[in-house]
Design a protein around this ligand. Structure first.
Ligand SMILES: Cc1cc2nc3c(=O)[nH]c(=O)nc-3n(C[C@H](O)[C@H](O)[C@H](O)COP(=O)(O)OP(=O)(O)OC[C@H]3O[C@@H](n4cnc5c(N)ncnc54)[C@H](O)[C@@H]3O)c2cc1C
Length: 538
């Protein structure tokens, strides 16, 4: 097959136009093009009102070798790359490998281990996804938090109630991201995620996809245990090796290989790991608020008259401002046509995040507007001081919201003027169980308030309407990534404990669903290799 890139067509082109563009680019007769599939479809919106679609296609042709030779010096014509994932060969050991956590990292790790014949055991502290959905909605509808079953904890992990954006900035020369996407499509994700430039799935489908993947893992001999937390590690020897896991039901599970994929909110597990002597480092993350605008305003600012076109979908944005106090302010986890959600996992705290359905049809666009924080500047005391920093501001947000899981909110005009909001305007906040108009400086560090005050007018210059007076800010966004990193060796293991494989977002190796899934594959491959080359025990 031959890949053609950079085929540019108007937004409203008809079906024949793409075929015509291929034939013209290759300089061939129509009959020579046997078939083609779209490898990628993006858009170029740099000229507002004149947006063009940009395609890459894979073509099956008569005499491909001669055509490639003829176009040898044309960078946009090349052989189609091989993106097939090759499963490593595995030798089952005496003990089954364990995956701790059933988020995207743990689930992809377990799937690879199961496909390799290693029959993994998945330990997940939360509930199966349908039961978890009921608990999550109880917080949103009735202000009832279940600390072990919520937006952060339970089958599917933190990304289950999300926009399901599947972008990753990670370098991926082995096409592991493609493997994640293909497994997602097999589990029910829309096929277009394999070729659109900004794929997303939405919450509704994510729930059933997680169930499908569980069914496949179980059919291959894997096993899930829900409602059980890993509370301790059993180790032996020098250098130390993992020999088992202490579970919250009082039992010990024997294993010599465990993938630790616990996400960024497993604060009690971080503490347990620290006490068990697992090496860890404090790392930067960000703090800020969610902002909500009418989606129509964002569509118009980004796409002009072409806003609302079905091939463009609801518009997104990505913004960065370097503030004069040395802080970077940036938009985070933008959710077009979505809602702001309550995302705490601990009692008496308020944490915001965003989600949407596949249709992205809700009235508001939302995004985190967050400011970078680092251990050196902001929480130097201790390796887990970042957790204490997050908790401090999450509790302040709980108090500012009224102490009943409503979130503190403020109109942009009031925030910029430094006065509390007493009422909200035209933009109706989507956060459930509700918001309290107030002063967000009560629950943000002063440097973050200053930096965001400076950033909003700067963002207005890039996106007309961004600092509209009635846009709503809701606080507080604290869980943008893990506050710690667990170092690992070239073989993917903790340098302090052979057999423990830290992975995913909680360990500091991922920042989203796709990158967590990719890291899960890597961790599974390391376990497969370690299984083949057992360490000497004497
Ligand atoms: C509301 C929301 C929206 C988001 N939207 C997007 C988006 O659109 N796109 C995107 O790419 N990313 C999004 N993210 C981020 C994304 O969800 C995470 O980056 C991703 O889930 C990280 O995957 P993970 O598997 O490393 O960890 P997690 O998904 O956090 O999974 C960790 C799992 O481990 C379990 N666990 C924790 N401790 C233990 C223990 N001791 N024993 C047993 N089990 C344990 C937890 O219950 C959890 O299920 C969103 C996050 C949230 C909260």
């Amino acid at each position: 097959m031959i890949r053609l890139t950079e085929l540019r067509l108007p937004l409203d082109h008809d079906d024949a136009a793409l075929r015509g563009a291929i034939i013209s680019r290759l300089g061939i007769a129509d009959s020579a093009l046997r078939d083609f599939t779209i490898a990628r479809r993006g858009y170029d919106a740099r000229k507002r009102g004149r947006i063009v679609l940009v395609y890459s296609v894979d073509c099956t042709l008569d005499d491909e070798a001669a055509l490639l030779a003829r176009h040898e010096n044309t960078p946009s014509i090349m052989p189609t790359p091989d993106t097939q994932y090759v499963l490593p060969k595995a030798n089952p050991g005496a003990l089954r490998p364990v995956v701790i956590g059933a988020g995207p990292c743990g689930v992809m790790a377990a799937l690879i281990l199961a496909q390799a014949g290693l029959r993994p055991i998945v330990i997940e502290r939360g509930k199966i996804v349908r039961e978890r959905t009921v608990d999550t909605f109880a917080l949103w509808r009735r202000s009832e938090l279940t600390p072990e079953s919520n937006v952060q904890f339970g089958e599917g992990g933190a990304g289950t109630f999300s926009d399901g954006k599947l972008y990753s900035g990670v370098s991926d020369p082995r096409h592991l991201g493609r493997k994640v996407m293909e497994e997602f499509v097999k589990a029910g994700a829309p096929e277009e995620i394999l070729y659109v430039s900004k794929p997303h799935i939405g919450t509704f489908r994510l729930v059933s996809m997680v169930e499908h993947i569980r069914a496949e893992i179980e059919a291959l001999g894997g096993e899930y245990r829900f409602g059980v937390r890993v509370d301790g590690l059993v180790t032996a020897g020098e250098p130390r090796r993992l020999t088992g896991l202490v579970l919250s039901d009082g039992t010990t599970l024997e294993t010599d290989h465990a993938i630790l994929a616990v996400g960024h909110s497993a604060r009690d597990t971080f503490e347990m790991l620290r006490q068990a002597g697992v090496p860890m480092q404090a790392k930067p993350f960000s703090i800020g608020v969610r902002i909500e605008h009418p989606q129509s305003l964002i569509d118009c600012a980004r796409f002009g008259d072409q806003g609302g076109h079905p091939l463009l979908g609801a518009a997104d944005y990505k913004l960065v401002h370097h503030a004069s106090n040395g802080r970077a302010v940036y938009s985070f986890c933008m959710c077009p046509g979505g809602t702001v959600v309550a995302a705490t996992s601990e009692p008496n705290q308020v944490v915001t995040n965003g989600m949407s359905q596949y249709s992205r049809a809700e009235r508001n666009a939302n995004a985190g507007i967050v400011v970078d924080v680092s251990p050196e500047r902001d929480y130097p005391d201790d390796v887990l001081a970042g957790v204490a920093f997050q908790r401090h501001w999450e509790r302040a947000a709980f108090v500012a919201g009224g102490g009943d899981y409503r979130a503190p909110a403020q109109r942009v005009e009031d925030f910029l003027a430094g006065r509390p909001s007493t009422t909200l305007g035209d933009v109706v906040p989507s956060y459930k169980p509700g918001v309290t108009p107030t002063d967000l400086s009560l629950c943000l560090p002063e440097f973050a308030v200053q930096a965001i005050r400076e950033a909003l007018p700067a963002f207005e210059r890039k996106l007309k309407g961004f600092s509209m007076g009635d846009a709503v800010l809701t606080g507080v966004e604290t869980r943008t990534s893990s506050p710690i990193r667990l170092p690992r060796t070239a073989e993917g293991q903790s340098p302090g404990l052979i057999g423990l494989f830290p992975a995913g977002e909680g360990a500091g190796y991922a920042g989203g669903i796709l990158s967590a899934g990719i890291d899960g594959i890597r961790a599974a491959e390391w376990v497969i290799v370690a299984n083949k080359t057992p360490e000497k025990t004497d």
